[in-house]
Structures are given as structure tokens and as C-alpha cells.
Design a protein around this ligand. Structure first.
Ligand code: GDP
Ligand code: IMO
Ligand code: MG
Length: 434
């Protein structure tokens, strides 16, 4: 029995999809625990690209059972088109994909509310993905949301949809560009038919899997610094991307988790607004963006780029209780003469080793970096630790030392086999005591 959480250690887009696909080879069950179609998880298989938004990346491994947990917000339209795209790409989905009855739904009005909020001068312009995520989670927390199980009851769904329409018109004004209510209700009826055969009690199913000694993998979306509680609030998403969110997001207790695997790129990126202390000026950022193809998998937006931020990573190691770290996209740094990593922040006369909680302080914090000699050699062919250039190993060793979590896997290309596995070192943290 194992229950591994795989999550983003930075600001999202760390390569979680690729790592979940890779580790799904050692899993029987894969479940997404939070977020919604704001996520874009890319997996490249034999040169074919799959982008998963709601469906767990484990779906690409035949035989793996996939769940969408109660912590996820489900847009049925997005789910339908994602399923159809996978079927066109010859992926077997039916009978292997299940959705929690307690997951909340994103309705078309949620997107209208979000567009309105974004155009409001008084609202912090977060630069969201525009998928209705914030308004759907707002309704969930406000206890007026519509869950998958509620959708099956025509009375409840009509009542909730009508109440939501009232709120939409109150918030966005009577001229808001809403779909006719009858169309929304007809759409809900179709969605109920689609979701009915997939609806299960995910908590009970995962518990049963663990009891029969199956291997479970819990897939996070976004990243630690986009987490509602532990990210750079208010420039965050509306869910719990951290390891604690994995427990509430599928309905298991923390004692069941056996490993927490944080995924971080060998540098850093961020999409949307908000503080990003290690952000680079356009010239070097542009080089990282082109080498790393740093454009959003969901919105196509260019990602902001910066050096690896160890201060931010230590925060992620702590709030997640990370037991190991995966570094991705090392190959993107192959041609750099010199690489830097942010090791502390300077704020006025103070040197900080922790991320400040105040947004203002975080915005004012100046990065202090350590420099590394580049390796100027291709790494994509490396499969063993010793295959990596000496300077690359030195860089990774130093990140590991500063981060306080062992690096057990390094990704050196988008392909499934482009990885360097590393045996446990004496420095490795002890497994969680049972
Ligand atoms: P996710 O949201 O965390 O799953 O990450 P995304 O899929 O949004 O972005 C990661 C991108 O990097 C995808 O296009 C991956 O195919 C790609 N990728 C993942 N690992 C590597 C790697 O080691 N090297 C390179 N060059 N690309 C990678
Ligand atoms: P994956 O799972 C990167 C960002 C948005 C915005 C903020 C809030 O692919 O790593 P939201 O639409 O969630 O209300 O937007 O969060 N964001 C992501 N950035 N990767 C993601 O997902 C993201 N999902 C949301 O850009 O700044
Ligand atoms: Mg992504």
C-alpha cells in the first residue's frame, strides 16, 4: 500500500503532469484533489502531446483507475470536451474515470461573474485563467454551490441555478451577458446524464483501494505559492494546492499519506500577476521562456521567468512536509554560461531566509543570489546521476542542501523516458514513522 501526493512546489506548471504520468507506472489509482480546468498538465508520449485539465494524468496508463475528488471544481462542458479529445487520441476513458458526488460544479454564470470582477477597477486584477474557478469556490464556501450529486435532482438543480442567476445579475448588473436560464437548465440535464455513470463516493473508493493494498497517487494542480492559504495571497487560486488539500480533496486522513513529492523546475516561472522575487529582466527571462517553451498550457499566455528561488522552495518543503523533490526541465539550462539561484531576500537592512507574509514586504524584497557555472552540455541523454555534467550535479546538490529535501528524480526532457533517477542518499529525510 502506498499513498503518494504529487504537487507543485512553485507557482504551477512545474511539470506535474509529466511526473504523474511517469509515477503512474507504479500506481493502481490516480486522483486529482483540487483546482479545476484552470490546470493544464502536459504529457508527451512518443512525440504526441496530451494536455489534461480536469482528468488525472494517470488516464494515459491503461489499467489505472482515475478519480476526480470532491476538492475539484468540475466544469461539465470542459470535462466533456476533454474526454472527447482523449477518445480521439485513442485513450480509453470509459469505465476508468470517476467523479466525486461531492465535487462542486462550475456553471456558465461563474465565468460571467469572473469576467465582471476582472473588469472592475476595485477588484485586484489577479490575472486568472478565466475559467470560473474563484466564483465556483466562493459559492462552495458560501454554502450555495451545486454539487455533482445535487445535479441529479431536478428540483435542487433548478433552485440552485435560479439562485445563482439572481446573484449573477445582482453582481454583474441586469445587462450581464448571461445564457438564457432555460438553456442553462437544459445543459444541466445533459450534464447530469453524462456524470451519472461516473459519480462515486471517492473517499470510500480510495479507502477501499488502500485497504486492499493498492498504490494510490494524488495529483495536485497549481502550486504551493498559488495555494489559497500558503501562497502569495491575494495573487493565488481559490483552493488548497498543498499536501493538506490532498486529504480534504479526496476524503482521506493525513495518516494515510506515505510520501509527499514536490515538483519544481530547475528555474522558476509564474503566469498571471503577483509577487515573484526571483523574476528576471526581459532579456534573460526571454531566453528561459524560449528555451523552456514557457507558454501556458491552458491560456497560451507567456509565463514570467526567473531563477530558482530556494527561499520559496523551503517554504514549500515546510508547508507540504515534502519527503522528496523532483527537479524538471534541467535541460533548459544546458546552454547558459552562468546560472543563479536565489538563496535569501534583502529587505531594507534585513537579510530574510523566510518568505515574508506581508504582500508589501514580499514585493519590496530584493533577491540575493548564489552563482553557478553553467555546464554548457546537453543533458537530455542522461539516465544515471553520473551521466550528468559535473556542474549540473553541483547545482542540484546545492539546491538539495539548501532546500532540505532530497532530489530523487531529475527530468531532462518532456519525454516519458527522459529522466535521471537517483538512489536515496544518507541525507534523505526519514520516512514518515508509522
Ligand atoms: P504542469 O502544469 O505542472 O503539469 O506543467 P505544464 O504541463 O503546464 O508545463 C510543463 C511543460 O514542460 C510541459 O510542456 C512539459 O511537456 C514540459 N516538460 C516537463 N518536463 C520537462 C523537462 O524535463 N524538460 C523539458 N524541456 N520540458 C519538460
Ligand atoms: P497547473 O496545474 C500556473 C494562476 C493564474 C492566476 C491565479 C488564479 O497547470 O500548474 P485561477 O484561474 O485559478 O483563479 O487563477 O493562478 N494559475 C495557474 N498558474 N499553472 C496553473 O495550473 C494555474 N492555475 C491557475 O494564472 O495567476
Ligand atoms: Mg500547467
Amino acid at each position: 500500500m502506498s499513498c503518494r501526493v504529487i504537487l507543485g512546489a512553485q507557482w504551477g506548471d512545474e511539470g506535474k503532469g509529466k511526473i504523474v504520468d511517469l509515477l503512474s507506472a507504479e500506481a493502481d489509482v490516480v486522483a486529482r484533489y483540487q483546482g479545476g480546468p484552470n490546470a493544464g498538465h502536459t504529457v508527451v508520449l512518443d512525440g504526441r502531446t496530451f494536455v489534461l485539465h480536469l482528468i488525472p494524468s494517470g488516464i494515459l496508463r491503461p489499467g489505472v483507475r482515475c478519480y476526480i475528488g470532491n476538492g475539484v471544481v468540475v466544469d461539465p462542458e470542459a470535462l466533456r470536451s476533454e474526454r472527447e479529445r482523449l477518445v480521439r487520441q485513442e485513450v480509453d476513458v470509459d469505465g476508468r474515470l470517476f467523479v466525486s458526488g461531492s465535487a462542486h460544479l462550475i456553471l456558465p454564470d461563474h465565468r460571467v461573474i469572473e469576467q465582471h470582477a476582472d473588469s472592475c477597477a476595485t477588484t485586484a486584477r489577479i490575472g486568472t485563467t478565466g475559467r470560473g474557478i474563484g466564483p465556483a469556490y466562493t459559492d462552495k464556501a458560501g454554502r450555495v454551490g451545486l454539487r455533482v450529486t445535487d445535479l441529479m435532482d431536478p428540483g435542487i438543480r433548478r433552485e440552485r441555478v435560479e439562485q445563482l442567476r439572481d446573484r449573477t445579475l445582482r453582481l454583474a448588473g441586469p445587462g450581464a451577458p448571461v445564457e438564457p436560464l432555460s438553456d442553462v437548465l437544459a445543459r444541466c440535464e445533459r450534464d447530469a446524464e453524462m456524470l451519472r455513470p461516473m459519480m462515486v463516493n471517492v473517499s470510500a473508493e480510495i479507502d477501499a483501494a488502500l485497504r486492499s493494498r493498492k498504490r494510490v497517487l494524488l495529483e495536485g494542480a497549481q502550486g504551493t505559492h498559488l495555494d489559497l492559504d500558503h501562497g502569495t495571497y491575494p495573487y493565488v487560486t481559490s483552493s488548497s494546492a498543498v499536501a493538506g488539500g490532498a486529504c480534504t480533496g479526496v476524503g482521506i486522513g493525513p495518516t494515510k499519506i506515505t510520501e509527499v513529492i514536490g515538483v519544481a523546475k530547475a528555474y522558476a516561472t509564474r503566469v498571471g500577476h503577483g509577487p515573484f522575487p526571483s523574476e528576471l529582466p526581459p532579456e534573460i527571462a526571454g531566453r528561459l521562456r524560449e528555451e523552456g517553451n514557457e507558454y501556458g498550457a491552458t491560456t497560451g499566455r507567456p509565463r514570467r521567468c526567473g531563477w530558482f528561488d530556494v527561499v520559496a522552495l523551503r517554504h514549500a518543503v515546510r508547508v507540504n512536509g515534502m519527503t522528496q523533490l523532483v527537479i524538471t526541465k534541467l535541460d533548459v539550462l544546458d546552454e547558459f554560461e552562468e546560472i543563479e539561484a536565489v538563496t535569501s531576500y534583502q529587505l531594507g537592512g534585513n537579510r530574510l531566509s523566510e518568505m515574508p507574509e506581508s504582500l508589501g514586504d514580499l514585493e519590496r524584497a530584493k533577491p540575493v543570489t548564489e552563482r553557478f557555472k553553467g555546464w554548457k552540455a546537453p543533458t537530455s541523454g542522461a539516465r544515471q546521476w553520473e551521466d550528468l555534467p559535473r556542474e549540473a550535479r553541483r547545482y542540484l546538490d546545492r539546491l538539495e542542501e539548501l532546500a532540505g529535501a532530497p532530489i530523487r528524480l531529475v527530468s531532462v526532457g518532456s519525454g516519458r523516458d527522459e529522466n535521471v533517477r537517483r538512489e536515496a542518499t544518507p541525507r534523505e529525510t526519514q520516512p514518515i514513522p508509522r
